[in-house]
Design a binder for this molecule. Sequence first.
Ligand code: HEC
Length: 169
Amino acid sequence: MKARQAGLAVAVAFAAVGGAVAVDKGADRATLERGKYLVTIGGCNDCHTPRYPESDGKVPESEWLTGVAVGFQGPWGTTYPANLRLALQAMSEDEWLKRARSAMRPPMPWFNLAAMTDADLKAMYRYIRSLGPRGTPAPQYAAPGQTVTTPYIVFVPQNLPPAPRAAAR
Ligand code: HEC
């Protein structure tokens, strides 16, 4: 009788643990799906994934966010879309929240990232980390005037209309 009761208790405990695990897995999957969705519609791949825009987004997920070695050059110097697969492996979730809310150089739309909720930022963090580390770090930022040997895009508006003069009013 005692043995049967103990057996029942164990069975109930297992059922409870099993149920909890199943629920956690479900929540985790949902978080990762949300992270992937936010990365996709947030346009992160547009700059941080090699050949993403050129291929109409047809880059295997395994290669997403590995950084790009073609710089953007403007008055801020030359910047390279970071390898987020490596960068996020090296950050705690708290460090990520701080980084995601701090100013970055153009053309990184950091103000959009900074406007996301903690829950959304955490989902992106978990998703990007779930992809695992891959690739090499993007080249180092180069200050204005510094010689750059990598390919780069000149990101400066051309052919702007002349600024209106005060006298013309
Ligand atoms: C228009 C191009 C562009 C888009 C779109 C873009 N980024 Fe960036 N990102 C950059 C560039 C360039 C840098 C490097 C900025 C610098 O050197 O200050 C950068 C830097 C970063 C960094 C800093 C990495 C580090 O090592 O600290 C993070 C984090 C980041 N981007 C996340 C994102 C996320 C998440 C998205 C999508 C919501 C995104 N970026 C969309 C261009 C872009």
